[in-house]
Design a protein around this ligand. Sequence first.
Ligand code: AMP
Ligand code: ZN
Length: 274
Amino acid sequence: MELEKQVEETIRKYKLCNKKQKILVALSGGKDSTVVAYLLKKFGYNIEGIHIDLKIGKYSEECLKKVKELCENNDIKLHLYDMKKEMGSGMCYIRTTIQSKNVKGRIKNCAICGVIKKWILNRYARKVKGVDMIATGHHLDDESQTFLMNILKGSPKLSANSGAKTQNIKNKKFISRIKPLYYVAEKDIRTYSKKMKLPVNYSGCPCAIDSYRIQIRKFMTELPTKTKENLIKNFEIMSDRIQKNKDTRMKYCENCGEPARKNICKKCELMDKC
Ligand code: AMP
Ligand code: ZN
């Protein structure tokens, strides 16, 4: 099958992982990460799953249900992170509190959620015995959107952390991340997940309403896959130069001890406002 070959080729060409390593797949309940876990398992990789229960009402209940079904059907050990239990509140409460204290430049819903999820995933992955890396469901559409957004913001350097795998981050507490669907178009992932009848929550997150990404996504939807691949190629050409000039050293957050570029990590900077 075309999609399966594409993913195998990405893993091989970019040396994303091997069968001796343990991969923790970040499972949202959506089609992309579901396909990642399904395929890595099918190809014989050693994987476990982690789902962050964001506690966004019915949406989160449905995501949890699908993730459990996937892991049961495919014999994948599942780790659950309950935001209410671990952080005291669900994502909606944390997010609106941050936004209400930060009225000047209202930080977008998805930006806050993204920072907090990354923080949780990195911290949790270190606790799971033997985990070598985290795999996410980011795909060609996500990545080409991000690249274009960063160019339009005038900050192509923000793409330094992009790519099929994280590179050159020198920090003992940082768990590297891989994106096996980096070269796969979103529409093909949808078709595949339906064809294989995978348990997926196809409804989008109800909080993803105001993001800049939605505007970009609308604009890019109609573009052919080839154009999106071309955008990514631009990134790859620039990437070497960005990487060379990048400060790869990281510190540890003075508040939580997690890897950080500044004295305080992005998550603590946000939560400080809670
Ligand atoms: P998003 O930031 O929602 O576009 O998701 C990007 C990737 O992050 C997904 O493909 C998943 O691999 C991971 N992810 C998103 N939400 C969750 C979640 N609630 N629990 C675990 N992983 C997640
Ligand atoms: Zn911190």
